[in-house]
Design a protein around this ligand. Structure first.
Ligand SMILES: [Zn+2]
Ligand SMILES: [Zn+2]
Length: 145
């Protein structure tokens, strides 16, 4: 299960479809997510993302979610749009707490290896490769399972 995004370029009319997932569609996906999540957690605990995240991870073990689900991203350098694994740390919303935590670790662009991926704002058009312009607009958003 996940989200479905269909973009259409207002210049060249080309359509492009992106699927992201929050659910566990297949056992492979589930296993991969679990593996990546554990890796991510180990990295946080080892101090890879700095002392603050390390301290949070150590002091809240079990109450933190390490999200490695796929999301729609856009590169801030080459403008490429891609479905990639997010790297987000947050405290579980259903556990009562005095604070709410949300950390996003930057994800590097797999196309240009220079840019940082940013979450796509659904109200803004995305880059069309053909037209070399921000001319592709979201025409349909839905869920799939
Ligand atoms: Zn176009
Ligand atoms: Zn890029």
């Amino acid at each position: 299960m996940g989200n479905l995004y269909i973009y259409k370029c207002k210049n060249c009319q080309s359509e492009i479809e992106y699927k992201t997932g929050g659910g566990f569609f297949t056992s492979e996906y589930f296993e991969e997510t679990e593996k990546l999540t554990n890796q991510f957690k180990d990295e946080a605990l080892s101090g890879k993302y700095g002392k603050i995240i390390k301290a949070i991870a150590e002091n809240n073990d079990g109450n933190i979610e390490y999200n490695r689900n796929t999301k729609l991203f856009r590169c801030n350098e080459c403008k490429a749009v891609n479905v990639l694994r997010a790297k987000e740390i947050s405290n579980f919303p259903y556990i009562k707490s005095e604070y709410s935590l949300s950390v996003k670790i930057s994800v590097q662009c797999p196309e240009c290896h220079k840019g940082i991926m940013e979450t796509v704002n659904l109200f803004e058009p995305i880059w069309c490769e053909k037209c070399q312009d921000y001319s592709s607009e979201l025409i349909s958003f839905g869920f799939w399972d």
